[in-house]
Design a protein. Structure first.
Ligand code: NAD
Length: 369
C-alpha cells in the first residue's frame, strides 16, 4: 500500500485510475484545478470505492482532494502536505509516488494555442518535478501518448519506433519525455528499459486511444464543447446531442477505407497504471517506457456499428474528406508491457461500447446534469 499524489485525478483517465488504486488499498491525494473536469467525478469515484466523506475534500485516511494548479509551487506543496500532515487535515503518510495526468490534450487546440500547451504540459511537469525533489519523492508515472509516433513507419508500433510528433501537443509530450530521461540520468539515448543512475523510478506510458467508462456508468469522459475524439462524438450522436457522425476519409488503405485505431478500455488503462506504479515501487530505480494498447486495430465504421448495437440507437454516418494530420492506421505493439508488467487488455469493443453507453445514457450532459 502506497501514498500516491495524482495530478489531474478528476479527469477521464485519472478518475478511473484513482478508483482502481483505492480498491487496491492505496491512499491518494488528488490535485486538480478542474479546468477540464468536475469535483463530482471525485465524489462519485469515492462513493464507488465505498469511502465515506469525513469533511470537505476528505475521505477518512484514504483520500484527499486539493484544488490547485500544477504550475504553482504553493498548490503542489499543499498537496504534498495533505498527505504528510497528521490529524483530520492529512493522511499521515508522505507521498511515495506521483501519477501525473494533469495536462492539456486537444491536438487542434494545441495548434491554435501552442504557448498555453507548452506552459501547462512542459512548465507544469517541470514545476511538479521540482516539488517532488523538495519533498524527496522520486517515483513518477507519466501520461505520454502514441501521438509521439506521428505517421508510424511500422505497424504495430514498438516503443523503439522513432519519436516524431506532428503537432504542438505531441511536441510537448516528447519534450516532457526527454526531460524525464534527463532527470533519470538516462539522457538522449534512452531506450525502453534503462536503469536510473540518479535513483529515479519513472514510467513513461504511451497510451493509444483510451475510451469507454466504468461499468457502473457513474464516471466517464465528459468533454467540454464539441468532442475531439471519436467515441465521445459517437456517444453524443447516440444520445441525440448531435445529428450525425462525420467520418474523415473513406479512402484510406484499410479494409473498409476508414481510419484504424487501437482503442483501449479506460478500465484496462487504469489497471496498467496500477501495475506500472507497483512495479516501479518494487523494483530498482529505472526509466521504463511502455506502450499501453490492445494490439488490435478497429476502424471508424466498426466503432459506429458496435455503438449502434450497444445503444440500440442509430448512428447516421457522413463520409467527408480526410483531415490533415491523421494517419491511416495506428496500432500498438503491447508486448513489452505484457513482459514487464504482465499487463494485457481484457476488455474488447463490445465492453467499450456497453460501458461507454452506460455512462452517456445515464449522464447525457456529463457531470453538469
Ligand atoms: N484521453 C486521451 O485520448 C489521451 C491519450 C494519450 C495521452 N493522454 C494524456 O493523459 C492525460 C490525462 O488525459 P485525460 O483524457 O484524462 O484528460 P482530462 O482532461 O480528462 O484530464 C486532465 C485533468 O487535468 C486537469 N488539469 C489540467 N490542467 C491542470 C493544471 N494546470 N493543474 C491541475 N490540473 C490540471 C484537468 O482539470 C483534468 O481533470 C493527459 O496528460 C493527456 O495528455 C490522453
Amino acid at each position: 500500500m502506497a501514498t500516491v499524489l495524482i495530478t489531474g485525478g478528476a479527469g477521464f483517465i485519472g478518475s478511473h485510475t484513482c478508483l482502481v488504486l483505492l480498491q487496491a488499498g492505496h491512499r491518494l491525494v488528488i490535485l486538480d484545478d478542474f479546468s477540464n473536469s468536475s469535483p463530482r467525478a471525485v465524489e462519485r469515484l469515492a462513493e464507488l470505492a465505498g469511502l465515506i466523506p469525513t469533511g470537505p475534500g476528505s475521505w477518512g485516511d484514504a483520500l484527499r482532494l486539493v484544488q490547485g494548479d500544477i504550475r504553482h509551487d504553493h498548490s503542489l506543496d499543499l498537496a504534498f502536505a495533505a498527505a504528510q500532515s497528521s490529524g483530520p487535515a492529512g493522511l499521515d503518510a508522505p507521498v511515495e509516488a506521483v501519477i501525473h495526468f494533469a495536462g492539456l490534450k486537444a491536438v487542434g487546440e494545441s495548434v491554435a494555442e501552442p504557448l498555453r500547451y507548452w506552459d501547462v504540459n512542459l512548465h507544469g511537469s517541470r514545476t511538479l518535478l521540482e516539488a517532488m525533489e523538495r519533498h524527496s519523492c522520486r517515483c513518477l508515472v507519466f501520461s505520454s501518448s502514441a501521438t509521439l509516433y506521428g505517421y508510424p513507419e511500422t505497424v504495430p508500433i514498438p516503443e523503439t519506433a522513432p519519436v516524431q510528433p506532428i503537432n504542438p501537443y505531441g511536441h510537448t509530450k516528447a519534450a516532457v519525455e526527454m526531460l524525464l530521461a534527463d532527470v533519470a540520468g538516462c539522457g538522449a539515448g534512452a531506450t525502453a528499459e534503462m536503469e536510473s543512475p540518479n535513483g529515479w523510478r519513472i514510467a513513461r506510458l504511451r497510451y493509444f486511444n483510451p475510451v469507454g467508462a466504468h461499468p457502473s456508468g457513474q464516471i466517464g469522459e465528459d468533454p467540454d464543447g464539441i468532442p475531439n475524439n471519436l467515441f465521445p462524438f459517437v456517444s453524443q450522436v447516440a444520445v441525440g446531442r448531435r445529428p450525425s457522425l462525420r467520418v474523415f476519409g473513406s479512402d484510406w488503405p484499410t479494409p473498409d477505407g476508414t481510419g484504424v485505431r487501437d482503442y483501449i478500455h479506460v478500465m484496462d488503462l487504469a489497471e496498467g497504471h496500477r501495475m506500472a506504479l507497483e512495479a516501479l515501487l518494487a523494483e530498482e530505480p529505472q526509466l521504463l517506457t511502455l506502450n499501453l494498447g490492445s494490439g488490435r486495430g478497429i476502424s471508424v465504421l466498426e466503432v459506429a456499428r458496435a455503438f449502434e448495437a450497444a445503444s440500440g440507437r442509430p448512428i447516421p454516418v457522413e463520409l467527408v474528406a480526410r483531415r490533415p494530420g491523421d494517419a491511416a492506421v495506428t496500432v500498438a505493439d503491447p508486448a513489452l508491457a505484457a513482459r514487464r508488467l504482465g499487463w494485457r487488455t481484457q476488455l474488447g469493443l463490445d465492453a467499450i461500447c456497453r460501458d461507454g453507453w452506460a455512462w452517456q445514457s445515464a449522464n447525457p450532459h456529463g457531470y453538469a446534469a
